[in-house]
Design a protein around this ligand. Sequence first.
Ligand SMILES: C[S@@+](CC[C@H](N)C(=O)[O-])C[C@H]1O[C@@H](n2cnc3c(N)ncnc32)[C@H](O)[C@@H]1O
Length: 336
Amino acid sequence: MSSIFVTRLNDAWSDACIAKILAMSGLQVAEHDLVQKLLADFVHDRKLGLLWSTSVRPDHATSQLLRVWSDDFGARAEISAFKSIGEARRRLADQSGSRRIWRSIPRGLVRRGALLQDQLYHRKWQQPQGWAGQESRNQLGKFDRGAFVWLDPQHLLWSAEFRELAPEGNWSFIEDRVNPPSRAYLKLWEWSWRSDFRPKSGDRVLDLGASPGGWTWVLLEAGCRVVTLDRTSELHPAVRERIESAHQGDAFDLSSWPEGNWDWVTCDVIAAPERSLRLIEELRERNQRFVITVKFKGVPEDRDIERLLHQLDDRRVRAQRLWHNKHEITVWMDRT
Ligand SMILES: C[S@@+](CC[C@H](N)C(=O)[O-])C[C@H]1O[C@@H](n2cnc3c(N)ncnc32)[C@H](O)[C@@H]1O
């Protein structure tokens, strides 16, 4: 588990609050020894540990809910009692300055949250869109963000320093329904926002399992020079015209790769996880930056990610199940 956010409570309803937050997050408290233990510690210390997921999908394993909401909420979350929505609005507006966007987290008292958000509203919370280039990051970074959720009609959990660009890990982009040759492009968009380091304009990228060309399209739009390799030759004409060259071959047979030095290798081939793992090991040995999706038969669990990272035993390699990953996880190495 990553960091745990802890805030002090001044009165006796801490355990009720915790139970409420856990209930809202969908956690079955009784099932989890870990949660029980954390609760016991926090209640004992009269502190509140906010357990929440930063990347929850309805089909996520329950264990994945054991993430920490504080990752979103930042270090300055508070729980305050307000007699009315107006009183809450005044307090939050005091914090606002003119450049803060407030967002109601859609949990708990959703309608009440929406009412408060409407009263604070001056600009819509924008989801990120497209590749996480410098320009789009700057655009989003222009505004401070605050977020809140009603724990009950009087108590508001709120933070004027909300860190996440996609609250609760929901990276639902404003989609481009016209240009990308496949919807797989969303995985790469999301990964670009979540990785600290990613291909940049002018980089040479080898895109494995590229057809029909969703990832290729993303890379081209980011200004990369792309060479593709796929078992088939069914690359969409819109990307075929813009790439350096297209090759047919087996992604797992490195001797069939086109010659070249690559700033990045990307791979979205459907294969047994062991094969993808072997490829990852080879790329790692070559000190080759990569991003690869590793496919599973069903929904991967946290322990699948842990097992994979344990097997690789390399701090440079990172793995995450993205919002747009279904039966797969995304693995990457961005430092060599
Ligand atoms: C999920 S699709 C890739 C989607 C693509 N990344 C996109 O964004 O449109 C998987 C691709 O991997 C290719 N493929 C499967 N096994 C392969 C292999 N061993 N070597 C190369 N390509 C392979 C398939 O032909 C298919 O085009």
